[in-house]
Design a protein around this ligand. Structure first.
Ligand code: FMN
Length: 429
């Protein structure tokens, strides 16, 4: 019996660090999501996890990948597997960019700084949101050498504010900007409506109970500096067209992010609903680097984007948080990639990157998007769940899951480089 036991019992080497121990059990993004759900107050989890209205687009973004199967090739004599590629002319360790997310510090006090550092270690770009909770300068200060930082721009009514942000981003060596175009109004996220979500969470009877149920999060939240809109504080009321009086705050200085705000009210008051393609031309006059348009959801608009000379198109429906029943970005990739290639050839334009944003939960999703014609993918919740589950170590963990998943899938479909990924590897649905 002892001999049999000795043959089958292998004790796992103990892992000293508690967080590392917890992460050993997180095999995929869904596991990290479960861990996040257990650590966050319900309202905070729903803010990250939820989507607009019936959440059909949120669901479709993920399902579009799951319903597509591979047509794998074997015996391809794979020597070395190489997941690296280039994007905007610079190297990328694997085809993923971290998406802009507002209020990131609600998941963990380190917020964007943890994500910037983890993205740098993983060799992929990080995009800071206008609604970020760490400033352009704070992010630049922790970015290591060679780190790639992008800045996401919302169409604020106050053009002076946008220009001031872009000047800061340029001074801090941010590489590219993404103009988000899918937020003519803020989508109706019904989980937030039901919970009466304010950001940062306001202490009312509901949130108080929620907080007691998640004492670890509450303790970290109360001990850290107040969560604020770090990029727009001090600028949001800086004259121009900003209509500060419309911000639905519950007290304090409007627009600084010091006090809780009703996010929908705040953003709907600040955003310019008149945004048009002319504004892309205006952006060109105030930003020297690459411009990507985030939120393209049709072939027609992808072609218009080429005609307006942008360097990249991000197929996105804001992670299913804006227009419900909008198409899943992955479903759009083949038609958009081919229309963009034709439009680029006709216009004699330079290279235009097509990025598929939303629903990425596994390395195999990244491989499918690239095989369908995207140059890279973008993802938000994947790192937010990880950040909420285990802080910066969680983000390192999820990025390694996605990198190794990309590598493994490439091997199993018979491709040794990203350039070898093509539509022939996908079975049509
Ligand atoms: C909590 C949260 C906040 C977000 N905030 C922003 C934002 O400030 N600006 C923006 O352009 N997109 C924002 N997005 C959308 C993401 O950039 C991205 O499009 C989306 O997360 C992709 O879907 P995925 O979460 O399935 O990867 C946010 C998404 C989430 C989940």
């Amino acid at each position: 019996m002892i001999r049999t036991l000795r043959a089958v019992v292998r004790l796992r080497r103990p892992v000293g660090d508690r967080t590392a121990r917890r992460l050993r059990g997180a095999a995929n993004v869904d596991d990290l999501r479960d861990m996040a759900r257990r650590r966050l107050p319900a309202g905070v989890f729903d803010y990250i996890d939820g989507g607009a209205e019936d959440e059909l687009t949120l669901d479709r973004n993920v399902r579009a990948f799951r319903e597509t199967t591979f047509r794998p090739r074997v015996l391809q004599g794979l020597d070395e597997l190489d997941t690296s590629t280039t994007l905007l002319g610079r190297p990328l360790a694997f085809p993923l960019v971290l998406a802009p997310t507002g209020f990131t510090r609600i998941a963990d006090p380190a917020g964007e700084l943890a994500v910037v550092r983890a993205a740098g270690r993983a060799g992929i770009p990080f995009t800071l949101s206008t609604m970020g909770t760490r400033s352009i300068d704070e992010c630049a200060a922790v970015a290591g050498p060679g780190a790639r930082l992008w800045f996401q721009v919302y169409a604020w009514r106050d053009r002076n504010l946008i220009q001031a942000l872009l000047d800061r981003a340029a001074a801090a060596s941010f590489e590219a900007i993404c103009l988000t175009v899918d937020t003519a109004m803020l989508g109706r996220r019904e989980r937030d409506v039901r919970r009466g979500l304010t950001l940062p969470p306001e202490i009312g009877p509901g949130t108080f109970l929620d907080g007691i149920r998640r004492p670890g999060w509450t303790w970290r939240f109360l001990r850290s500096d107040p969560i604020r809109f770090a990029n727009v504080e001090g600028l949001a009321n800086g004259g121009g067209g900003a209509r500060s009086g419309e911000i639905t705050e519950t007290g304090g200085t409007p627009g600084t992010g010091e006090r809780a705000v009703d996010l929908a009210g705040y953003m709907n008051a600040q955003f310019d609903h008149g945004l048009s393609w002319d504004d892309v031309a205006w952006l060109r006059t105030v930003w020297d680097g690459p411009i990507l348009v985030k939120g393209i959801q049709s072939v027609a608009d992808a072609v218009l984007a080429v005609e307006h000379g942008v360097e990249g198109i991000i197929l996105s429906n804001h992670g299913g948080r804006q227009l419900d029943t909008a198409p899943a970005p992955f479903d759009l990739v083949p038609a958009v990639a081919s229309a963009v290639a034709t439009a680029v050839a006709e216009a004699g334009a330079g290279r235009i990157e097509v990025i598929c944003d939303g629903g990425i939960r596994r390395g195999s999703d990244i491989v499918k998007a690239v095989a369908a014609g995207a140059d890279a993918t973008m993802g938000g919740r994947l790192f937010l769940y990880a950040l909420a589950a285990a802080g910066e170590q969680g983000v390192d963990h999820v990025l390694e899951l996605l990198r190794s998943g990309t590598e493994r899938t490439m091997a199993l479909v018979g491709a040794s480089t990203v350039d070898e990924l093509g539509p022939d590897l996908l079975e049509s649905r």
